[in-house]
Design a protein around this ligand. Sequence first.
Ligand SMILES: *Cc1c(COP(=O)(O)O)cnc(C)c1O
Length: 424
Amino acid sequence: MKKTPFVTLEQVQEISKQYPTPYYLYEEAGIRSNARRLKQAFSWNKGFKEYFAVKATPNPFILKILQEEGCGVDCSSLTELCMAKALGFYGEEIKFSSNTTPAEEFVYAHKQNALINLDDFTHLAFLEKHLGALPETLCFRFNPGGLFSINNQIMDNPKEAKFGMTQEQIFEALRFAKQKGVKRFGLHSFLASNTLTNAYYPKLAEILFSLAAQIKNSLGIVIDFINLSGGIGIPYHPDESENDIFSIAEGIKKHYQDILIPAGLGGISLFTELGRYMLAPYGALITQTIHEKHIYKEYIGCDACAVNLMRPAMYKAYHHITVLGKENAPCDHLYDITGSLCENNDKFAIDRMLPKIDLGDYLFIHDTGAHGFAMGYNYNGKLRSAELLLQADGQVQLIRRAETIKDYFATFDFTELLTPDTYL
Ligand SMILES: *Cc1c(COP(=O)(O)O)cnc(C)c1O
């Protein structure tokens, strides 16, 4: 899929006058139209709802946009639950999907009336102990074990994953929960990340639909909703092609008609918890080149580093880079694009063919709208960047200011020892 930046060099030059690089820039129009596409693709399912995985892009302004588009939120921690509450999400607009969960997080989620997704069988007793009683609605995370494959291609290895419960445990959990007065039940599973095949969601749906039919048969329990979680990928590399959300939804519909409807389960609502698919293409890390270095290889140093975007260092992930203003120039120079960390893996690109780069050029690092800023950290005393929103009307809004040295020092009582001119 051809990679085209959603801003021009002139726009970035203008924005950078007010907000120095590096910064994240998100595109409101793209976020909205994609969310609408998803909703339309699943419009055949009456109860369909996307619960955006907050961890992918935990910015309240972004969540607000998705809220306006009818999405709920999928939270994985107390902080994310607090953010959801602050934005006015309540009750079944919030899902709480966590593992190795501290008691106070369950208590807080329950206080918000959130839909709780249980990662383990033993959490039933844990919940009962800490909440006093089980909630009326509960969801259970399934781990089918073994290897998960599509068309003989291994996608992941659920047996090695720490998440979810076995089928026997799911049955036992449902039986126990029903006996304890739980009234509504959901199923959840997450088997592969960043999938670039329209077959992933339908395959997962088939597994969960069959499970729901079996549950009805042997326990007489009617499942209320099925949560397909996250995992739909995006083409990070220009050679990869895009998923088609309409054929994904059609594939699921077919299994719904073949498995759920004959089982008398035609009322089941489908939920998704997409993160990457909702946001990744609609965010970019913008950084300016500040050094070039010619040793055994050609290096371009920029003002962002791995603390701003960890994926290349952590997963060797490919992120396409456009040198703004040189979109049509030939890619006839071989570079490593680096940040300033004292770590040799601090490279946004290795052996990448790009147009000739001059100092001061702006780089647009594509597809960083999800799991980008969110995975930031402070190694080497580096600070988190600002996040900006390119609004649908063309205006740019600061949606998170850049961290300052003062923020860095805020967690220990050191600030007092510093004279004001020690930090900027
Ligand atoms: C991370 C996560 C998601 C979102 O995953 P994406 O790959 O961003 O779609 C959804 N649900 C759960 C439980 C997760 O942990």
